[in-house]
Design a protein around this ligand. Sequence first.
Ligand code: PHE
Length: 339
Amino acid sequence: LQQKGSQDIKAASDLKQLNDIRVKLLGKKGPITEVLRGMRDLTKEERPAVGSFANKVRDALAEVVDQKKAELEQAKIEQQLATETIDVTLPGDQPKIGAHHVISQVIEQLEDTFLGMGFKVVYGYEVEEEKYNFEMLNMPKDHPARDMQDTFYITKDVLMRTHMSPDEARELEKHDFSQGPLKMVSPGRVYRRDTDDATHSHQFFQMEGQYIGKNVTMADLKGTLEFAIRQIFGEEREIRFRPSYFPFTEPSVEVDISCFKCNGKGCDVCKHTGWIEVLGAGMTHPNVLKAAGVDPEIYGGFAFGLGIDRFAMLKYGIDDIRNFYQNDVRFLTQFEKRG
Ligand code: PHE
């Protein structure tokens, strides 16, 4: 058996055949297993001799199988090496790599800027409670300022957020002032019932933020916002603060930057005045603090809100907000950051 088995094994021409032979010889139904199984019919004296002989034959055959297997595997690899050559000098396929949307790029830049000034970044809810979107921001029902933000309602009390201020109310309510001031920004999508055109969209992006603590002043507001604007638009831009009105801040300001290219005939992007508004801000109204359970006698600070689409349009000279949402690759690829 051992001799015949060895011959068969050595004659195997591929791995599959070898395996079949191995099963036939050494498997559960093979002759050796049969002999070992038959041991129970033998006498006590016969058993050790037969057993050890059978084991020896089995081990010897198993070894031949292993040798042959290694041989065949090696041959297979050699054959593969000979036939499946790859020309590593051929140029590879260029994979098409995506890139961050220009809106995401501006958000990231703003987040970095504010993180650098010790603000944290939070992300709230696109579907909001009316309470956080309006009520807690000093805009009770029937407040005329609600008309400034024509709203998509889901139910009477639930709506698509119209600005990022609800995040500010939520954070204010949660914050433990014994641990220090609250400095946060929150970027995200907001929704308003607007007819879409070059400068209006029913959906756009804002970033709002606030710094509430002890002794936070208008000077902090100015310094913080000037720094952030310069980070995005460059050092040479002039910045001016104008008085304005928002229900949640008092006093309120709007911030303008000087235009791109101005010549004798006027200015690119912002036409005639030479200035364009980039954000709204102000000192947080005591009613907003009170609504969130914060004592306005001790704590105060500023809040601001800016349109990210508008920032992107001004920064890159884009004249139609709809470009951001149409996903035309010819538009999008212009803002791919390379290398
Ligand atoms: N929430 C305002 C808006 O959406 C922006 C703003 C935020 C203004 C904070 C002042 C202070 O228009």
